[in-house]
Design a protein around this ligand. Structure first.
Ligand code: PLP
Length: 413
C-alpha cells in the first residue's frame, strides 16, 4: 500500500458499511475474528438481497415475462463479475454454484470419477480442508484411487517442489489449497501449476480463503480448477463458483441432472446445454448470487491489493503481539501467511474454553479442528482457537483479543 492508499483505506468508514459491527455481544462491542468461517455482510449486499426479493424476484432463464427478464439479467451479470474478480478472461469459464464444497464435489464426480481407475493417484497437501479431502476419499473408497499426501514443514509451509516430486506416472490430479484456513499459509500455487502442467497433471485449487484476502488471477496462476465460496467473500451463504479451464470443461460430465442444463429431452435421449449452463442443473440460488455480485462490487471498489495490504498490517501487528506471549503457541509461522492465527495454550485452557471466555468479552473466535483433522494430527493437537481477520478489523481489536487471552491465562494458566 502506498502512503496515498493507506490514507484512503479508511477502516472506520469501512466498518460503518457493516451494520453488525456496531452491535454489542455480552455487553461489549463485538470483535469479530471468525472471518475464516464466514464473513459479515456490508449494507450493499443486504440492500441487493432485499431489493432482489422486494422488487425484482422471479425464476431465471426461461421466463418471458418482465420480472423473469430482470432477474435473469441481474443473475447472469454476476457470472461476468466473478470472471473479472478471478481474472478468468471469459465468463464461460465460470460455473455458479453454492460454494467450494459443491465445486470440488462437481470436479470429483464430473471430471475425476469417469476418468480415474484403481491405482491412479491424487496428490493432496496435509493442510487441506475436509471439502478438499472427503470427495477424494469417495474415489478412494469407490474406485480404488490412491491418495498421496505431502506434509508441511515446521513453519507450516508447503514446498511446491515436494508436491511436484510426488508426481508419478499414475498421478492424475493435484488438489491443493491456496491458503490454509488453519495456519494462514499461502501456497505458491503458480509454481505448482507450472511444474504440474509440464508433466501433464491438472491442478485443482481450493481458493476459499485466498480469494478473500488477496488479488487472484487465473491466467497468471494457470490452474485447471479454482473453487470459491461466497459467504467468506462478504456475500450470502449458498453462493459460490468454480473456475474451470476450457479443456477440463470439455472433458467434464455434468454430475447433477435436471432443468436448465439441457438442450432437449425425449423419452429416448437427452442433449445438454452448452457449458457452463450444462453444469448448472435446477433453479439456482438466484438472490444469493445477486448478493455475491454486490459483494464482489464492494471488494472491487475497495481494491483487493489494498485489502491485502491492510490485512498484512494487521497480521504483522497481531504476530508481534501474539508471538511475544510465552504461554501461547501460535501454529503456523510462515512469514508470508495471511492474518489467521491458530492458538493453543501451553498447559492452559482448552481451545473451547478459550473461545467461551473470549466470547464473554465480546471477541468471536472459532475453536475446534476447523475441518482439517489431518492437519491437526500433523500438528499434534486436537483443536485450536482460531482468530481470523478480515478487511474491517483493526489493531485495537488485536489488543482486545490479547486482553481476553490474558484473562484466560489468569483463569486457567
Ligand atoms: N476450503 C477451505 C480452505 C475452507 O476454509 C472452507 C470453509 O471453511 C471450505 C473449503 C468449504 O467452504 P464451504 O463450506 O463454503 O463450501
Amino acid at each position: 500500500m502506498t502512503a496515498d492508499d493507506a490514507n484512503t483505506y479508511d477502516v472506520a468508514a469501512i466498518r460503518r458499511d457493516f451494520p453488525i459491527l456496531s452491535r454489542q455481544v455480552n455487553g461489549r462491542p463485538l470483535v469479530y475474528l471468525d472471518n475464516g468461517a464466514s464473513a459479515q455482510k456490508p449494507q450493499a449486499v443486504i440492500d441487493a438481497v432485499t431489493r432482489a426479493y422486494a422488487l425484482e424476484y422471479a425464476n431465471v432463464h426461461r421466463g418471458l415475462h418482465t420480472l423473469s427478464g430482470i432477474a435473469t439479467e441481474k443473475y447472469e451479470a454476476v457470472r461476468g463479475k466473478i470472471a473479472d474478480f478471478l481474472g478468468a478472461g471469459n465468463e464461460n469459464r465460470i460455473i455458479m454454484n453454492s460454494g467450494t464444497t459443491e465445486g470440488i464435489n462437481m470436479v470429483a464426480y464430473g471430471w475425476a470419477a469417469p476418468r480415474l481407475r484403481a491405482g491412479d493417484e491424487i496428490i493432496l497437501s496435509v493442510m487441506e480442508h475436509h471439502a478438499n479431502i472427503v470427495p477424494w476419499h469417495f474415489l478412494r473408497e469407490r474406485q480404488g484411487v490412491v491418495l498421496k499426501w505431502v506434509d508441511v514443514d515446521a513453519r507450516g509451509e508447503l514446498d511446491p517442489q515436494r508436491m511436484l516430486a510426488a508426481i508419478g506416472p499414475k498421478t492424475r490430479l493435484i488438489a491443493v489449497t491456496h491458503m490454509s484456513n488453519v495456519l494462514g499459509t499461502v501456497v505458491d500455487v503458480k509454481a505448482i501449476c507450472d511444474g504440474a502442467r509440464a508433466r501433464g497433471v491438472p491442478v485443482l485449487i481450493d481458493g476459499s480463503q485466498a480469494a478473500v484476502h488477496m488479488p487472484v488471477d487465473m491466467r497468471d496462476i494457470g490452474c485447471d480448477f479454482y473453487a470459491i465460496t461466497g459467504h467468506k467473500l462478504y456475500g450470502p451463504s449458498g453462493s459460490g463458483a468454480i473456475y474451470v479451464h476450457e479443456d477440463r470443461m470439455a472433458e467434464m460430465r455434468p454430475f447433477m441432472g435436471g432443468g436448465d442444463m439441457i438442450r432437449e429431452v425425449t423419452q429416448e435421449t437427452v442433449s445438454y446445454n452448452d457449458p457452463p449452463m450444462k453444469f448448472e442443473a435446477g433453479t439456482p440460488a438466484i438472490v444469493q448470487m445477486i448478493g455475491l455480485g454486490a459483494a464482489l462490487d464492494y471488494l472491487t471498489g475497495l481494491g483487493m491489493a489494498r485489502v491485502a495490504a491492510h490485512e498484512r498490517g494487521l497480521r504483522d501487528y497481531a504476530r508481534d503481539r501474539l508471538e511475544g506471549i510465552n504461554w501461547l503457541n501460535v501454529q503456523g509461522r510462515s512469514p508470508g501467511k495471511g492474518a489467521i492465527f491458530s492458538l493453543t495454550m501451553n498447559g492452559g485452557a482448552h481451545p473451547h474454553d478459550i473461545s467461551t471466555i473470549l466470547d464473554q468479552k465480546g471477541v468471536a473466535v472459532r475453536a475446534g479442528h476447523h475441518c482439517a483433522q489431518p492437519l491437526m494430527r500433523h500438528l499434534g493437537v486436537t483443536a485450536t482457537a482460531r482468530a481470523s481477520f478480515g478487511l474491517y478489523n483493526t489493531q485495537e481489536e488485536v489488543d482486545r483479543l490479547v486482553e481476553a487471552l490474558e484473562l484466560c491465562q489468569e483463569l486457567f494458566g
